[in-house]
Design a protein around this ligand. Structure first.
Ligand code: FAD
Length: 292
């Protein structure tokens, strides 16, 4: 399959890209790693008249520390984050990234592209919501920052307005006595998950849970509505019974759809089992001196 014809621009500065996106409005699409956009074009699921290639914009690359958080440019490849010693200080990223497709795809696929694409079966939106990442957006009319939960607005949809670019993201470094974990089930390693779960747990000095989030991957809803506050754990030292209760209620409340790969009942079963595993691991890690 070949994509429909499009005009192609490869700006070197963000401002130039924003001007092109503003000029062409809904007819234009940014091109990042192309791992989702090119198949979409080839299948003629979208026919943008203009592609604005972000690959030559150096200011969108780079991993660094900013304001006590991990800052990642939108064009940083997923594989670079996977291998980065600095990004390893956000262990949920390092634990999750090997589940995103295959190394060849992660070598091209970008962090920004995965979040902007907002596939409900993608792992990184769930990680961003679970960790409370902040996403940095720019357009010719200014800049704004959104929490990950506000950024995602449903299946393949986000708060990005026409002409707006995701330029970067920040992930908080883990606080003491916090723990995270990720796990998924896929038919083959590298396939999109049938179901996945990410957990973040914060304990106090007495080992009681003060906050927790559990986000599911691929229930059929977007990451923003697949996340839950796990109320059953709050205010107590989470033992096996509390974790089981939280996992059962988390899976029961989840909006789930089935498809040719798995029925709703099977997906709900996976959600409960995975929730229990990730909450157990996250709590154990929160209790260990080195944390997550
Ligand atoms: P592109 O494909 O270039 O762009 C995707 C969309 O985001 C486009 O609409 C584009 O206009 C928009 N966009 C890109 N960057 C920006 C930006 N900075 N600001 C605003 N809009 C932007 N993903 C998973 O999560 N899990 C998997 O298991 C998985 N398996 C895969 C298997 C295969 C065989 C393939 C081909 C892909 C798979 N993917 C998977 C998708 C992959 O992770 C993509 O890399 C990712 O979804 C998109 O990133 P990209 O940089 O390639 O973006």
């Amino acid at each position: 399959m070949k994509p429909p014809a499009f005009a192609y621009f490869a700006p070197r500065e963000v401002e130039e890209a924003l001007a092109l996106l503003a000029e062409h409005g809904e007819d234009a699409r940014p091109l990042a790693g192309g791992q989702s956009l090119i198949p979409v074009l080839n299948f003629r699921l979208a026919r943008p008249a203009v592609l604005v290639d972000l690959n030559a914009i150096e200011s969108l690359a780079g991993i660094g520390e900013r304001g006590g958080s991990l800052h990642i440019g939108a064009m940083v490849r997923q594989r670079e984050v996977e291998r980065s010693p600095l990004a390893a200080r956000v262990p949920l990223l390092a634990e999750t990234l090997p589940h995103v497709a295959h190394p060849q795809i992660r070598n091209r696929g970008t962090m920004g592209g995965s979040l902007a694409h907002a596939d409900p079966a993608a792992e990184l939106p769930a990680v961003a919501v679970t960790l409370g990442a902040r996403l940095h957006l720019r357009s010719t009319s200014g800049a704004r920052d959104l929490g990950a939960r506000e950024f995602f607005s449903g299946l393949f949809s986000t708060a990005l307005a026409p002409g707006e670019l995701l330029v970067g993201m920040t992930f908080p470094f883990p606080a003491p006595r916090s723990g995270t974990a990720f796990e998924e089930v896929a038919r083959r390693h590298g396939d999109f998950a049938l179901m996945g779960a990410a957990a973040w747990v914060q304990l106090d000095d007495q080992g009681r849970c003060t906050d927790a989030r559990l986000t599911f991957v691929n229930p059929g809803a977007g990451a923003e509505s697949a996340t839950q506050s796990v109320a059953a754990l709050l205010g107590q030292a989470p033992d096996a019974a509390a974790i089981r209760a939280a996992s059962e209620s988390g899976a029961a409340e989840l909006m789930i759809t089935g498809d040719m790969h798995a029925s709703p009942a099977y997906r709900r079963h996976l959600a409960r089992v995975l929730a229990e595993r990730v909450l157990t691991r996250a709590c154990t890690r929160a209790r260990t001196p080195s944390g997550t």
